[in-house]
Design a protein around this ligand. Sequence first.
Ligand code: GLN
Length: 541
Amino acid sequence: MSRHIFVTGGVVSSLGKGLTSASIGMLLERRGLKVRMQKLDPYLNVDPGTMSPFQHGEVYVLDDGSETDLDLGHYERFTSGILNRDSNYTTGQIYSSVIEKERRGEYLGRTVQVVPHITDEIKSCILSLATPDVDVVITELGGTVGDIEGLPFLEAIRQIPLDIGKENCMFIHLTLVPYLKAAREAKTKPTQHSVQQLREIGIQPDILIVRTERPIGREHTDKIALFCNVEKRAVIEEVDKEFSIYEVPVGLVEHGLDELICRKLNLNAGPLQMEDYRQLVHRIRNPRHEVTIAVVGKYIEHRDAYKSIYESLDHAGFAHSTQINVKRIEAEELERQGPEMLLKGVDGLLVPGGFGMRGIEGKIQAIQFAREHEIPFFGICLGMQCAVIEFARNVLGLSEANSSEFSSDTPHPVICLLEGQKTVNRKGGTMRLGAQPCVLTAGTKTQKAYGATEISERHRHRYEFNPEYRRQFTSAGMEISGASPDGSLAEIIELTAHPWFLAVQYHPEFKSKPHKPHPLFRDFVEACLQRRQGRSGVTTP
Ligand code: GLN
């Protein structure tokens, strides 16, 4: 029978609950267990696909096309368990499904209520992951204990031990112990209050993971144990990591977290296999080189808006023992100051995905600068569309070329709406989404990077390279290095006469892992490193 771990958070948001949950998943997998992970988000949006990256950070896309919370990115980077539509539920989704059932008459005239109908729906979403082959289901609850909208979820997870047996469930609560500089003291009271709130709801946490800026020591953790009714050894401090988020799992092992979980849930686990991972962490902590890569985007100010891109750059850096310094540039700022000022001295340029026309001209200027100065360039989704527009305007001489997303009456819509998108009005789940096959052109940089001829990558867009212009581009030196299997959609472009200028219509950042960087990120960083070192022949381990 599958066991269930529920991860809740208290005191404040942004404690790294997703990262901690993913780390727990990793430790259990590395003890030979089969893990499935899931995030429950109490907001009313049906999925994060319609939420602004300014507010909510990146939308993470799965193979099956689900548009999900960015914590699922951590799950995929840290574990190998399959994620799909069942891996992320929101209040909006739960209510939609209950209301639909009501309309179909499935409740046979009964009054439909939060308890039991909404809570039953939540429980069935959680329990559906517990298939016979799964040892542990980890369910992370978004938000913080005490949020009104989170209550039905807490009520649902309170009930699950009654349904499937207490011995099969455990509750892990993540809190904060702030350090008050004025008092020169770590304060445990917010943690005590947060656990009190949980216990009022009827949930007694088994383990407390306490986030701290600096080590707080036994004295404080013992006090927390006493006041929160938790075993002393089950209060684990998780101190901020100096170098990288990838150190988190190692820190948790040092506090015996995997052992605590396996014992409490009576799991038949193997010994912990962490050696290769420890080596990776050692490499992360001791880089031999560094490069500076400019990321020019619209949502730069939100730290998480390009989360997977920053992580993928880091993964590529790990493979080359290279520290990546990201220079985040607001595209509109680049329009004001010009590329010479802002891109001086950078070793590479990355233009990520995005929507809407704000900042587009800045991105195009940046790309022109990279193309003309032989700076390695990597364009992703909107970044590829901007590269196509730039090439059309400045190389093909089509000075008014544009995407029909930004100019409906451009005489040269080199990027235009996909045929199937022309009649779409509804938002949410209506773009070209999820894994799509792509065939690579032999002999290109792309094909050499992948070492394959057919690949699958995740998409999230409505617009596409206009096939009517393809011939003009290719004869001027922009090669289509990857296309849909029927050849109709150009998915990848590269410039033949440039050290490394490559752009993709999909999102490679969703498939990179710390120990297995995405091949295009890996080669992009290698090109940046070569530019930095001013010589060729940097070897890829
Ligand atoms: N706005 C563009 C489109 O819809 C690009 C989308 C993206 O970058 N994810 O095609």
